[in-house]
Write a protein that binds this ligand. Structure first.
Ligand SMILES: O=C(O)CCC(=O)C(=O)O
Length: 274
C-alpha cells in the first residue's frame, strides 16, 4: 500500500506530466488469476478482434468486466490505485468503463487520441476523466506498451485522428499500473513480438459526467447487490455532492435495498457538507 505522501507525489506528477506509473502495486497471484480468467471468457464467448483501427484488428477486448465474476470487483477499488484517481478527480468519481485489452502479434499502432476528446469542453480543463492501464504482462516498446505524449494534457486541443505524433512507450513491469489525466494524448502501441501484451483498462470519470459504459443498466441489479458499498457508489449507486444522480430525491442505492450513508443536499444544515 502506498503512503499518503507517495499518493500525493503521483497525483502531482499527473498534474505536471499527465501521467504516472505505479510500479509493482498489483499482487502477482492476482495478475495471474485475472490473465487466466480473461482467457476463459475469451474461449467461452468466442471473443474475436474488432474490424476497426481504433479497437485494433489484432486486439482482443472484453468489455463490462464487472458482470464476469467477483475477481473483477477487486479492480476498481484497489488500495494503491483508487486513492490516486480520487486525488485527480475527487472521491465522488465513478467507474467509466472496465475492459481488457490484449494486443496480439502484428497489431499496428492505435491512432493517438485523448480519452475525453468527445466531451465538448474547451481545453485545457480540469480532469473529468482519469484512466488506468494495469499491466498483466510486461509492457515494452516492442510488445505494444501504451504510447504517451507527456504534457499533452495541457494542450488547447485534442489530437487530429490518424495523424502521426512523436510519443514514448510507457514501459512497465508486470503488475504495474499507468495512470493518466483523461486529456493526455496516447494510444496503444504496435506489437512486434510473438506474444500478447495484456492489460486491464480501468477507467474512471468525474461524478458529474456520463460514464462511458452504462454501469447501472449494464450490470444486473442482483450482481450489484453483492458489491461492496464503495463499489456500488463507483458504479453509480450514489449521488454526487448530495444531488447529481438522485431518484425522486432519494439515493439510488436504496434500489439495492440499502440505506443511504450520505445525506442529500437539501438535508445539509449549511455548515456541514459531508
Ligand atoms: O491499449 C492501450 O495501451 C491503450 C488503449 C487505449 O487508449 C484505448 O483503447 O482507448
Amino acid at each position: 500500500m502506498l503512503s499518503p505522501q507517495a499518493l500525493d507525489e503521483h497525483a502531482a506528477r499527473i498534474a505536471r506530466d499527465g501521467y504516472t506509473i505505479l510500479e509493482g502495486v498489483i499482487d502477482p497471484d492476482f495478475v495471474r488469476a485475472v490473465r487466466a480468467d480473461l482467457e476463459r471468457i475469451e474461449r467461452e464467448r468466442n471473443v474475436r478482434p474488432a474490424k476497426n483501427d481504433f479497437e485494433g484488428t489484432q486486439t482482443w477486448r472484453i468489455y463490462n468486466l464487472l458482470v464476469h465474476g467477483e475477481l473483477y470487483e477487486r479492480i476498481p477499488v484497489h488500495e494503491s490505485v483508487l486513492p490516486v484517481v480520487e486525488r485527480v478527480l475527487d472521491p465522488g468519481c465513478l467507474i467509466s468503463s472496465l475492459s481488457s485489452i490484449a494486443i496480439g502479434p502484428d497489431e499496428t499502432p492505435q491512432p493517438i487520441h485523448a480519452d475525453d476528446q468527445l466531451i465538448p469542453l474547451a481545453k485545457p480543463h480540469i480532469a473529468t476523466v482519469c484512466n488506468t492501464m494495469w499491466a498483466l504482462t510486461e509492457f515494452t516498446d516492442a510488445n505494444g506498451a501504451t504510447r504517451i505524449i507527456p504534457g499533452s494534457h495541457l494542450a488547447d486541443a485534442s489530437p487530429i485522428y490518424g495523424k502521426h505524433y512523436d510519443s514514448i512507450p510507457a514501459e512497465m513491469s508486470e503488475g504495474s499500473v499507468l495512470v493518466w489525466h483523461g486529456s493526455l494524448w496516447h494510444g496503444g502501441g504496435a506489437n512486434c513480438t510473438k506474444a500478447r501484451r495484456v492489460g486491464i483498462a480501468m477507467n474512471y470519470c468525474a461524478g458529474f459526467i456520463r460514464q462511458q459504459e452504462n454501469q447501472q443498466l449494464g450490470i444486473p441489479r442482483e450482481i450489484a447487490r453483492r458489491f461492496s458499498p464503495r463499489l456500488r457508489e463507483l458504479v453509480g449507486y450514489g449521488v454526487y455532492n448530495g444531488l447529481i444522480g438522485h431518484i425522486d430525491k432519494r439515493n439510488p442505492v436504496e434500489l439495492l435495498g440499502e440505506d443511504a450513508a450520505h445525506r442529500m443536499v437539501w438535508e445539509y444544515d449549511g455548515s456541514d457538507r459531508s
